[in-house]
Design a protein around this ligand. Structure first.
Ligand SMILES: Nc1ncnc2c1ncn2[C@@H]1O[C@H](COP(=O)(O)OP(=O)(O)OP(=O)(O)O)[C@@H](O)[C@H]1O
Ligand SMILES: [Mg+2]
Length: 407
């Protein structure tokens, strides 16, 4: 915007004409500053920019045209209008002035209404320039704010996207994890179901086998014994009676032996009568005798108080592990040991056979159809014990069963 009232700088070396112009224009509602030389004008406009300069062409030292040329090095015509005033009507002067960047030209003596009209035209042009400049500045300012807002938005979008990415990744990982857990659970349930089916089938077969044993051997012997004893009444002859008793005696002995064998097969009599160490020793002996595999048993002399259910579980586990050695390992020898480790007992079955070809045998995800290791693991874990399986192809297998001692 123009200054209010508009500031006009009058530059003229002749005091009379300078004062006359100043006075007349001041009455027309302009603010006036007047100076006597081009040099003074150049310095003054550095300090305060007027809205228009009215300048005499012929001045000593720096002429009006030279001063104008200097002014135009910094300020454009639209931005700082300059009207030259000349006593001469020499057209060369006019041309030189306009070429140097004068906005207009008036001649002395000045016709005031014409001058004021020209001043107004120049000031209108300057108003338009200033308004445009202000609009451009506001536009630049708005653009800058918009750019900053845009940058901020971009940054927030980037941060939010990164956060979403992270959340997404952890959700994906969780889904994978859950899927794995579910698959494991399903495999586990399937294996348990299959184990239950196998166990009831085995139980049924075992029952039949025992029933057959009772019927075919023990039952037959007892029936025979009863028949022979029943016949005693009819025999008066002492010698005949003695003969019957002699026949009955081996039958009863046989029945007793058969009952013993059955009892031993149903459980380990040695385990109940003499405890875990003796039962394990007995197992290794059977292994030697039945399969011809050198098997040894070793134990430390530390006291090992073990709950009965754990003793039974360890014994049955050892029996299954030794069966596995016979079935799968083809070893030169087998070692069984029972030692105390802190508050636990550790039973180890170690063979020097071919090693195990199956990944993680006995786990729910194991691909073998066997149940031996799986059911050992299940049963031990239920009792607070555990099984560790270590095997290397060609270098044998070691299995460690660790169970808590009784407090
Ligand atoms: N001492 C061993 N040496 C080499 N491989 C073994 C040994 N013990 C177990 N394995 C391997 O581990 C697998 C799983 O054993 P597991 O006792 O669970 O099943 P199985 O003996 O095959 O069948 P089941 O015990 O149901 O009759 C076996 O099939 C065998 O491949
Ligand atoms: Mg087995």
């Amino acid at each position: 915007m123009l200054q209010n009232p508009p500031l006009i700088l009058i530059v003229d070396d002749e005091p009379l004409s300078r004062d006359a112009l100043s006075g007349r224009l001041a009455r027309r509602n302009f603010a006036i500053e007047s100076l006597a030389s081009g040099q003074a004008a150049l310095e003054a406009i550095q300090l305060r920019l007027p809205d228009l300069i009215l300048m005499d062409v012929s001045m000593p030292g720096m002429s009006g045209i030279e001063t104008l040329q200097k002014i135009r090095e910094t300020w454009a015509q639209d931005y700082l209008p300059v009207i030259l005033v000349s006593a001469l009507t020499d057209s060369e002067d006019v041309i030189a002035g306009l070429e140097a960047g004068a906005n207009d030209f008036v001649v002395k003596p000045v016709n005031l209404p014409v001058l004021v009209a020209r001043i107004k035209v120049c000031l209108q042009a300057r108003t338009a320039v200033l308004a445009r400049e202000q609009a451009e500045q506001m536009l630049r300012f708005s653009e800058e704010r918009l750019r900053r807002a845009n940058d901020e938005l971009d940054q927030r979008v980037r941060e939010r996207t990164a956060e979403l990415d992270r959340t997404n990744q952890s959700l994906t990982a969780e889904i994978v994890e859950r899927k794995k857990a579910t698959e494991l659970l399903i495999a586990y349930q399937e294996k348990l179901r299959a184990l239950a089916a196998q166990i009831s089938l085995a139980e049924e077969q075992e029952r039949r086998r025992i029933a057959r044993g009772l019927h075919d051997h023990i039952g037959q012997n007892l029936v025979l014994t009863k028949m022979k004893l029943g016949a005693l009444h009819e025999l008066n002859n002492q010698a005949a009676r003695t003969q019957v008793l002699d026949e009955v005696h081996p039958l009863l002995e046989q029945a007793i032996k058969q009952i013993r064998t059955l009892t031993f097969e149903l459980g380990s009599r040695v385990l109940y009568d003499f405890g875990l160490s003796a039962a394990l020793e007995n197992l290794t002996e059977q292994m030697r005798d039945q399969h011809g595999i050198p098997a040894s048993f070793k134990e430390d002399d530390l006291p090992k108080p073990i709950a009965e259910d754990i003793q039974v579980a360890l014994f049955q586990a050892a029996r299954e592990l030794l069966h596995n050695v016979v079935k799968h390992a083809h070893p030169k020898s087998v070692k069984v040991s029972l030692v105390r480790v802190g508050d636990s007992i550790r039973l180890t079955v170690q063979d020097d056979g071919i090693g195990c070809r199956v990944d993680d045998p006995g786990s729910a995800i194991s691909t073998t159809d066997g149940f031996g290791l799986f059911s050992i693991r299940e049963r031990l874990e239920y009792l607070g014990a555990n099984m560790e399986f270590k095997s290397e192809l060609g270098a044998g297998t070691s299995i460690f069963l660790t169970a808590p001692l009784q407090r």
